[in-house]
Design a protein around this ligand. Structure first.
Ligand code: SF4
Length: 305
């Protein structure tokens, strides 16, 4: 059930490629500078990295093997599919530039892989690496996806992100200037944030050269510092119903700059790790509900004109 009210990931990719593109997640065995002491210790309070690696990517397999397994998985249904290697887990620009480049080159040398999406932190993009990525982007597709989470530094402090919004906006501007597409990851419902604060984050995103965003509801995950804080009563988190979260997403869509695509609205951690929210909806089911709401709203607006 497509909607014309925002640009989704497929529509965005159609502006960059002719055929159908599938992301293949690779786990290159990186660590995180907010865990290993380079920038901080303990990590972001909501993070349990086990919650975001699909089963087909084990860091004990080479990048090539992971991509071949991923292609076998998706290629059965769509033999003509082309791929983007998605360096997702942890901080995929945290390391020696020469080592990083050899991992990226390995991914790009796999048959059928036409580009890279590199997930990282905004404080972990040295100029030297950005320059090399900009050179690669002249003949391969490159997107850098930064974890921004919020534009509010107080929130970023509370969740121990160990970077500021200023660092995010600098990284976004430098990356766009290098000729590379920029994605941002944002979390809705972080502790202490009101709807107005979340909209201010969207306004801040609108002011910088971002191509695509991913948003998701805050998930309370077992084994995290945040789960402990909430259990101990240090603070609580925002408890959206599905309907409330859909209403928030509709407002975000209407507030977001028209040319910024939205790749997703919800995240789904493994059931055994998830404490809250337990909406019992798959991502596509949530998106269908959202699209129905958008259509209803549009019909009501047309009735009033
Ligand atoms: S969310 Fe990212 S930056 Fe934060 S601790 Fe987890 S891997 Fe590190």
């Amino acid at each position: 059930m497509p909607t014309s009210q925002y640009i989704d990931f497929s529509a965005f990719m159609a502006t960059r490629f002719d055929g159908k593109m599938q992301k293949l997640t690779v786990n290159a065995g990186f660590s995180c500078p907010n865990r290993d002491g380079t920038i901080g210790r303990g990590g972001c309070t909501y993070c349990n990295n086990k919650s975001f690696s699909p089963a087909y990517c084990q860091s004990s397999d080479s990048i090539t093997d992971q991509l071949i397994k991923g292609k076998a998985f998706f290629g059965k249904k769509y033999p003509s599919m082309r791929y983007l290697a998605y360096f997702q887990s942890y901080t995929n620009t945290h390391g020696e530039v020469s080592r990083l480049l050899s991992l990226y080159d390995e991914a790009l040398s796999v048959d059928g892989v036409d580009g890279l999406i590199i997930g990282t932190r905004p404080d972990c993009m040295p100029d030297e690496l950005l320059k090399r990525l900009g050179e690669m982007a002249t003949d391969k597709y490159i997107m850098v996806e930064y974890g921004a989470e919020s534009s509010h530094d107080d929130t970023l402090n509370l969740i121990n992100r160990c970077h500021t919004w200023q660092q995010t906006s600098d990284a976004v501007r430098r990356t766009a200037s290098a000729g590379i597409d920029v994605g941002l990851h944002l979390i809705m419902g972080l502790p202490g944030e009101t709807d107005e604060m979340m909209f201010e984050t969207i306004d801040a995103v609108n002011a910088i050269p971002v191509n695509i965003i991913k948003i998701h509801q805050l998930q309370l995950i077992r084994g995290t510092r945040m789960a402990m804080d909430v259990a101990n009563g240090a603070y609580d988190i925002r408890r959206f119903t599905v309907n409330e979260y859909i209403a928030l997403c509709c407002k975000i869509i209407s507030r977001l700059r028209d040319d910024i695509a939205i790749e997703r609205f919800v995240s789904q951690s493994p059931d055994e790790l998830l404490i809250y929210p337990r909406w019992g909806l798959k991502n596509y089911q949530f998106t269908n509900l959202l699209h129905s709401r958008l259509k209803t709203q549009q019909a009501q607006e047309e009735d009033h004109t």
